[in-house]
Design a protein around this ligand. Structure first.
Ligand SMILES: C[S@@+](CC[C@H](N)C(=O)[O-])C[C@H]1O[C@@H](n2cnc3c(N)ncnc32)[C@H](O)[C@@H]1O
Length: 246
């Protein structure tokens, strides 16, 4: 692992600055990843919020996850947050997303002026990057209305030797070389590989969501090479749960 990828693993607060550096090429790399947008759309649909929903897209990046929410829920009100000014500038340029974009830390959206309640919250490829994922999840749950739904769209390979083998092969053969070619710097993608290997297994992450008070917690699969590697982790804030706490 490169020393700068190792530094990023140890200091996830630096992640948004690293995304600033690849913001200009991020959409190109994801366009080359078969299934990337389809899978975000699956997760957006799995929120199952219904018409007229108020939705929050945490760690929205250049707006790919926001686009998935917009396509799945055309009349929703969408608020989208990211801590990288470069990524957010790309998202803001996509007027067709009809979202309110906010610069801020997904660990504490209220500090960026975001107020609940939301009917649904999507965090796609975000929770793994948070320096304090539990604090982020606690604040996320607090922004949901009782009965509101969360979808964490994320890589998780720790429970499966096959998934780890495929993930390592795709990273070493495609993603890291692709990052080097498109962005001229592969350290963010080396960090991506390592951070996914270090992340919770499916069972552990489901338990983590339950510890944050979510119910009906379950995981749904993707298609293609990402099957068993990328997941929709779904949960519901219980009806009758108390007021928002932080
Ligand atoms: C892999 S990108 C995913 C973007 C988008 N959700 C998608 O699916 O394409 C991860 C994003 O998380 C953002 N991020 C990382 N740490 C963050 C934090 N603490 N608060 C807010 N955003 C953060 C990065 O700036 C980056 O845009």
């Amino acid at each position: 692992m490169s020393s700068s990828a190792a530094a990023l693993l140890g200091d996830k607060k630096a992640a948004p600055r690293r995304f600033d550096r690849v913001a200009g090429t991020y959409d190109l790399l994801t366009a080359l990843n078969p299934g990337y947008h389809h899978h975000l759309r699956l997760s957006a649909e799995r929120l199952a919020v219904g018409p007229g929903a108020r939705l929050l897209d945490l760690c929205c990046g250049t707006g790919s996850s926001t686009a998935a929410l917009r396509a799945a829920w055309p009349d929703a009100e969408i608020v989208a947050l990211d801590a990288s000014e470069g990524m957010l500038a790309r998202a803001r340029a996509k007027a067709e997303l009809r979202a309110t974009f906010v610069l801020g830390d997904a660990t504490d959206p209220a500090a960026a002026g975001i107020e609940g309640p939301f009917d649904g919250i999507l965090i796609a490829y975000g929770v793994r990057n948070l320096p304090d994922a539990d604090r982020g999840l606690a604040n996320l749950v607090g922004l949901l209305r009782p009965g509101g739904r969360v979808c964490v769209h994320e890589y998780s390979v720790a429970d499966s030797a096959w998934a780890r083998a495929v993930w390592n092969a795709v990273c070493l053969g495609v993603i890291i070389p692709g990052g080097l070619v498109t962005a001229g710097d592969a350290s963010l993608y080396t960090y991506l590989r390592r951070s996914v290997l270090d992340f919770d297994g499916v069972g552990a992450f489901e338990d983590r969501l339950r510890r944050h008070g979510l119910v009906d917690v379950h995981t749904e699969a993707m298609t293609g090479w990402q099957r068993g590697i990328v997941h929709s982790f779904l949960g519901v804030r219980p009806l009758g749960s108390g007021p928002v706490t932080r």
